[in-house]
Design a protein around this ligand. Structure first.
Ligand SMILES: Cc1cc2nc3c(=O)[nH]c(=O)nc-3n(C[C@H](O)[C@H](O)[C@H](O)COP(=O)(O)OP(=O)(O)OC[C@H]3O[C@@H](n4cnc5c(N)ncnc54)[C@H](O)[C@@H]3O)c2cc1C
Length: 565
């Protein structure tokens, strides 16, 4: 730690804050992992009680860094990041212990218009949702990790999920964030009119400097930023420079930049998030597809019917699900198991007769009445007339549940049943325009096939917006398999980028994808990311090596070598 040792820093932090500081080996080990492929052992974990504690920590660390110590801060909320975002060898700022209070949930005067909720970062999504549903409202960008993730990461990763197709990602709902800046000062980022922005730019503080520099950066590089704005409907790569300023209204909101920035620009301590009133009833059109060539046509015909979600899983997932069905059912409790067991018989028969579809698509329609939802699913089914596909309508949520279980649980199922193999997110979250599927998917499959001796994989995803999740299971004790992580990812990303896609739709850059940002955005845009980082965090206190400055050597050095690491 350069000129300051850990004991000194621990003492300094303890006297500066009300919350605790830990160097306990078990605590450090817990914070050394997320759900990524990496391990970084921190030196300290701090538990701030409130925003003032966060300020004190930032100031102490800033002081130490200014004096030459190699210290920095990585925020951590649920710790479920797949990219290595909350990992550090220095100090972890952990939010779930104390900063876990839910603020008010407010319903708009017209309930159809939704409302908003105020939250601290350490609130788990499951608790957040309980509070919003009590008022009949929902944050519709919740991730599939909804039971284990917290609001800190949902906002900082710009998370999305199964309902993002209809409702968009978290960035759309982040209205306001309270932040601690890199000098320890506190402020609120929210929507500013041009006149309000002008006032902010007069401030002789770091906040004022941030507004001045960012407004200039956006104005001077408007064309480049617009050109690099992602063309696909979901993106968590890079800094969302294209989302700060609304070109028609002139509204300027830095909360949109903080969302998705993985704790590299500021630490947020309170957020105000927009909510929607969810529809009550759902019906699902299930599509069994043998010929991938007609996939874009299917997507083209289904999307105009506005499914709330449009998900898919592949033949590998399907075959595994049918094979491991008994375990899956017993894990779920008996009554439910019996019903689902019977329900799955037609699908099991399909596998037995060798007729496994290449892809199973689930288009779900949400409405205020079940009749209306069924009518919408039937209209989508009619829209597919003349195409060579089998379809089935599941008329309510009970009937469609088994498809959701396979979609949501297949990854866990695989993990639990194949011991010693590590679930390896490294090509886990790319996005391509759905129109390119016939060209892209066979190339992707051919590429993955080259590595089939190194990994077991399934392909599942948000087919409606081209967001594909591949999380192979690998034996990482073998050096040649670890090398695949470095060899295969750039080959997949080359295909993705050629189609106008992005490397990450929701899981973000972290350790695993930061080195690919130049490939995705080009050197000029990466230079703007570096400038942005410098404006907010000139001393590089917040999460160094994520978003800016990460290297392939970082990936190689910190890769775990077994499931036990
Ligand atoms: C099985 C599984 C399924 C998943 N499915 C999805 C999915 O559908 N969609 C999706 O988007 N993701 C998904 N993820 C990834 C992850 O769960 C989400 O991105 C989640 O939102 C992260 O939340 P967290 O609180 O666990 O974040 P953490 O892991 O705690 O942190 C994530 C990032 O946010 C930063 N951060 C945390 N708190 C703050 C703060 N207060 N201020 C500043 N920065 C902060 C951290 O430094 C880190 O870089 C999945 C993960 C798993 C294991």
């Amino acid at each position: 730690m350069g000129t300051m040792n850990t004991t000194d820093l621990k003492g300094a932090l303890e006297s500066a804050m009300r919350g605790e500081v830990s160097d306990d080996a078990t605590v450090l080990k817990g914070a050394s992992r997320d759900t990524s492929l990496f391990m970084r052992m921190p030196k300290l974990v701090v538990y701030p009680q409130d925003a003032n504690d966060v300020s004190a920590v930032v100031q102490e660390v800033g002081r130490a860094r200014g004096a030459g110590a190699d210290v920095s801060l990585a925020a951590r909320s649920g710790g479920t990041d797949m990219s290595g975002g909350p990992l550090t060898t220095s100090v972890v700022v952990s939010f779930t212990k104390h900063m876990n209070h839910m603020g008010e949930v407010t319903v708009s005067r017209r309930q159809e218009a939704g409302g908003y909720a105020v939250t601290e970062p350490g609130v788990y999504y499951r608790d957040f949702e309980k509070a919003t549903l009590q008022k009949g409202l929902l944050l519709p960008s919740y991730p599939a990790s909804r039971e284990i993730a917290a609001m800190g990461g949902i906002v900082s990763n710009n998370s999305g999920g199964e309902r993002t197709l209809e409702y968009g990602k978290t960035e759309k709902y982040v209205e306001e964030v309270d932040v601690v800046l890199s000098d320890g000062s506190q402020t609120t980022f929210n929507a500013l009119t041009p006149a309000e922005l002008k006032e902010k730019k007069k401030l002789e503080t770091l906040e004022g400097e941030i507004y001045r520099a960012m407004d200039t950066l956006l104005t001077d590089n408007a064309m480049l930023i617009e050109e690099k704005r992602p063309k696909v409907s979901k993106n968590s790569a890079g800094y969302a420079l294209w989302s700060i300023k609304d070109s028609s209204t002139g509204i300027f909101n830095l909360a949109k930049l903080i969302c998705g920035s993985q704790g590299t620009l500021a630490l947020w301590t309170r957020a105000k998030l927009g909510l929607v009133k969810p529809k009550e009833h759902r019906a699902m059109l299930v599509i069994f597809l043998k010929d991938l060539n007609i996939l874009p046509e299917i997507v083209n015909r289904v999307l105009p019917q506005h499914p709330e979600s449009f998900e898919s899983y592949d033949d590998h997932t399907f075959t595994l699900a049918v094979k491991f069905l008994p375990q899956m059912l017993s894990q779920m409790g008996l009554a439910k198991a019996a019903r689902l067991g019977i329900d799955f018989i037609p699908e099991a028969a399909l596998v037995a007769t060798g007729g496994v579809p290449k892809l199973i698509l689930m288009a779900e329609f949400a409405e205020d009445t079940i009749e209306e939802a069924d009518r919408r699913a039937a209209a989508a089914q009619d829209a597919l007339a003349g195409l060579d596909v089998q379809t089935k309508i599941e008329k309510d949520e009970k009937e469609s549940e088994k498809y959701w279980i396979v979609r949501r649980e297949s990854f866990n199922l695989l993990r639990k049943n194949l011991h010693g193999l590590v679930s390896s997110p490294f090509i886990d979250d790319f996005v391509v325009p759905p129109s390119c599927y016939p060209d892209f998917l066979p190339k992707l499959n051919a590429l993955l096939d080259e590595y089939k001796s190194n990994m077991i994989y399934t392909v599942a995803g948000h087919i409606g917006n081209g967001n594909i999740h591949i999380i192979p299971l690998m034996d990482l004790t073998k050096e040649e398999n670890r090398q695949v992580i470095l060899d295969l990812a750039p080959r997949v990303y080359e295909l993705v980028i050629k189609e106008g896609g992005t490397t990450t739709g929701e899981h973000n850059d972290g350790i695993i994808r930061t080195p690919y940002l130049p490939m995705l955005f080009g050197a000029e845009m990466v230079a703007l990311f570096e400038k942005t980082k410098k404006v907010f965090d000139p001393q590089n206190i917040f999460n160094p090596g994520k978003k800016v400055g990460g290297t392939f050597a970082d990936i190689k050095r910190d890769l775990i070598k077994s499931a036990e690491d």
